[in-house]
Design a binder for this molecule. Structure first.
Ligand code: ADP
Ligand code: MG
Length: 293
C-alpha cells in the first residue's frame, strides 16, 4: 500500500466526520464482513425520555423517582441522564448520594438519606437478592412490549417501584442498516437491554441476529466468537460498557458523542454518531485499496 493514497483516503473520511485512526485500520476496513452494533446510543438516539414512574405501596411514584434520580446523578449512562432530567421536569429537588457504585450492564446503587437505593434490571435484582423482586414483572413486560426500557427501583433490599424510558431509533439508522446489508455485511445487534425491548427494535430495523441481556464481557465474547467463525468484525458502540468489545473487534467504531473510553479503544470514530459513517468508511477503504492494486 502506498502511504499517499492511504492518506488521501483517511483525509477524505475526516472531511466527512469519519475519523480513521491510521493506515492499518483503513486497510482492514476493506475486508470487514460483519458489524456488531450496540443498541442504546448507537442504533437509538441514546437520549431516552422518562415516560413512567410507579411505586409499590408505601412510597409515592414521585418518591421512587426522587430516590432513583438522586443516585443516577452520579452515572454517565444515557439512561441515567433521562431519569435525572425527568425528575427535574417534575420539579423534584434531588438529595445527594454517597457510596455510589455502578454495575456495568446492570445498573447503579448508592445511599440516599440513609437508605440503600438500587436501580437496574432483573438480573441485578436477582444478584443482589432483592425481596419481592417479581412483584412488578407483569407491568414491566407490558412496558417492554411497547419498546420501553423499564428499570426496577429497590430500597433497603426490597422492590419499591419502577422507572421507564422511551429511546427512539435515530433517524439515520434504518437507512444505515439497509446500506450495510447492501454492502454484504452481516449485522448483529447486542444489547444489555431486555429481550422484549430488543426484539421490538430488531424487528423495526430488519436486524435478524441479536442477543439481548448481554453483559459487557459477553459483548466481547460474541465479537471473539464471530472472529473464530471466520468473520472480519467491526464493532460499533458508545459506552464504557462497549470498550472491551471495541478492543476485541478487528475494527472498533466509536460514536462521537460516546464516552472517552470507547473513543480511545476505537479505530474509527463517527463524529456525528451516524452509522452511515461505517458504510462510508468501508466504501472508502474498498476504493482506496482498489486504487493501490
Ligand atoms: P446497552 O447495551 O443497550 O447500551 P447497557 O449494557 O449499558 O445497555 O445497559 C444494560 C441494562 O442495564 C440497561 O438496559 C438497564 O436496565 C441497566 N442499566 C445500565 N446502566 C444503568 C443505569 N445507570 N441506571 C439504571 N439501569 C442501568
Ligand atoms: Mg450503549
Amino acid at each position: 500500500a502506498t502511504p499517499m493514497s492511504i492518506m488521501v483516503g483517511v483525509g477524505r473520511g475526516a472531511a466527512e466526520g469519519v475519523l480513521i485512526k491510521d493506515a492499518e485500520v483503513l486497510e482492514r476496513l476493506e475486508s470487514v464482513n460483519a458489524i456488531v452494533v450496540d443498541k442504546t446510543g448507537t442504533l437509538t438516539a441514546g437520549k431516552p425520555k422518562l415516560t413512567e414512574f410507579e411505586a409499590l405501596e408505601k412510597l409515592s411514584p414521585s418518591g421512587v423517582l426522587r430516590m432513583a434520580a438522586a443516585v443516577e446523578q452520579n452515572s454517565e449512562h444515557p439512561l441515567a441522564r433521562s431519569i435525572v432530567d425527568g425528575a427535574e421536569e417534575q420539579g423534584i429537588d434531588l438529595p445527594s448520594v454517597t457510596k455510589f457504585d455502578s454495575i456495568p450492564g446492570g445498573g447503579v446503587s448508592g445511599e440516599v438519606e440513609g437508605r440503600q437505593v438500587l436501580i437496574g434490571n432483573a438480573s441485578l435484582l436477582e444478584e443482589r437478592k432483592i425481596e419481592n423482586a417479581g412483584a412488578l414483572n407483569d407491568r414491566v413486560a407490558e412496558l417492554q412490549t411497547q419498546g420501553r426500557t423499564a428499570m426496577f427501583v429497590a430500597l433497603d433490599g426490597k422492590l419499591a417501584g419502577l422507572v421507564a424510558v422511551a429511546d427512539p431509533i435515530k433517524d439515520s439508522t434504518p437507512e444505515a442498516i439497509r446500506q450495510l446489508h447492501d454492502l454484504g455485511l452481516k449485522v448483529i445487534m447486542l444489547t444489555g437491554d431486555n429481550q422484549r425491548t430488543a426484539a421490538s427494535v430488531a424487528k423495526q430495523l430488519g436486524i435478524d441476529d441479536f442477543t439481548a441481556e448481554v453483559r459487557p464481557e459477553q459483548k466481547q465474547q460474541r465479537v471473539t466468537q464471530l472472529k473464530e467463525e471466520g468473520y472480519i468484525v467491526a464493532m460499533a458502540g458508545d459506552g464504557v460498557n462497549d470498550a472491551p468489545a471495541l478492543a476485541a473487534a478487528d475494527v472498533g467504531v466509536a460514536m462521537g458523542a460516546g464516552s472517552d473510553v470507547a473513543i480511545e479503544s476505537a479505530g474509527v470514530t463517527l463524529v456525528k454518531g451516524d452509522l452511515r459513517g461505517i458504510v462510508r468508511s468501508v466504501q472508502l477503504s474498498r476504493r482506496t485499496m482498489q486504487n493501490i492494486r
